[in-house]
Design a protein around this ligand. Structure first.
Ligand SMILES: NC(=O)c1ccc[n+]([C@@H]2O[C@H](COP(=O)([O-])OP(=O)(O)OC[C@H]3O[C@@H](n4cnc5c(N)ncnc54)[C@H](O)[C@@H]3O)[C@@H](O)[C@H]2O)c1
Length: 248
């Protein structure tokens, strides 16, 4: 049990990578708060964890983030790990066709969510004498694809924030890392593709991934487990590609 006695909040844990992370963390002994706007799916995930609770949480809302952290403290006695995983994108297409409201929404979830996670999560981590913040960024931050410009920018911000937060929080023994997944089989897939999920479309994406497949929630969860465990106690500011070689 590599996360025995640890308490984690995972945002966006109702599906996709976040669900995979929540399940893996639970399997390794952590108590997990599933924080998501999707109530039905989020409750279903939390109910199947060994020690898990669901909280309806919009990461763009400070009160919601505060409530997620408070639930971790009330139910399980504190917070050791915050995974900022919740994320949204615009559908792949010309940058000039993304409206202002959609731009604001993507930056609010993908970037402001990290800010609010810090505002409400760091004091809780400080009370425990340290901990880990893990941001789910993307290969989009470092090898952007055309047609996803504004989304790519949010992930660039996530990578820079990870490194800057890592420096600032190191004296507090709070490590801050990121994972950069390559395109994966989740609910966001068709938006990233910008069209229907056909074998030809998949082949076009997979042809740019040397290990020859898309990422899966287990790939991201395994990397998250390592980075959030005490095995990684001397690792901070790292943005780890989990991408089958895509960015080489
Ligand atoms: N799937 C990919 O190809 C891919 C690649 C690189 C990075 N990512 C990143 O991985 C993360 C997880 O995405 P996924 O692919 O698992 O997608 P997903 O859609 O399966 O999961 C995202 C989850 O976030 C939740 N969510 C959305 N807005 C929210 C909000 N305001 N507050 C709380 N929860 C909210 C959704 O309800 C959903 O459960 C995102 O940050 C995404 O940008 C995905």
């Amino acid at each position: 049990m590599r996360l025995r006695n640890k308490v984690a909040v995972v945002t966006g844990a109702a599906s996709g990578f976040g669900e995979g992370i929540a399940r893996r963390f639970s399997h390794e002994g952590a108590s997990v708060i599933v924080a998501d706007i999707a109530e039905g799916a989020g409750r279903d995930v939390a109910d199947t964890l060994r020690r898990g609770r669901f909280v309806k949480c919009d990461v763009t809302n400070g009160d919601d983030m505060a409530a997620a952290v408070a639930l971790a403290e009330e139910e399980y006695g504190g917070l050791d790990i915050l995974v900022n995983n919740a994320g949204v994108t615009h559908v792949k297409g010309p940058m000039l066709e993304v409206g202002e409201d959609e731009f604001d929404r993507i930056y609010a979830v993908n970037v402001k969510g990290i800010y609010l996670g810090a505002i409400h999560g760091v004091p809780a981590l400080q009370k425990r004498g340290g901990g880990v913040i893990l941001n789910i960024a993307s290969t989009a931050a470092i090898r952007p694809r055309a047609g996803l410009t504004w989304y790519n920018g949010t992930k660039g911000a996530a990578v820079t924030l990870t490194k800057s937060m890592a420096i600032e929080l190191a004296p507090e023994k709070i490590r801050v890392c990121a994972i950069n997944p390559v395109i994966g089989e989740t609910a966001l897939l068709t938006s990233f593709m910008g069209g229907p999920d056909t074998p030809e479309m998949r082949e076009a994406f997979v042809s740019g991934i040397p290990l020859g497949r898309m990422s899966r929630p287990d790939d991201i969860a395994n990397a998250a487990l390592f980075l959030c465990s005490d095995e990684a106690e001397f690792i901070t500011g790292v943005c780890l590609e989990v991408d089958g070689g895509r960015v080489i």
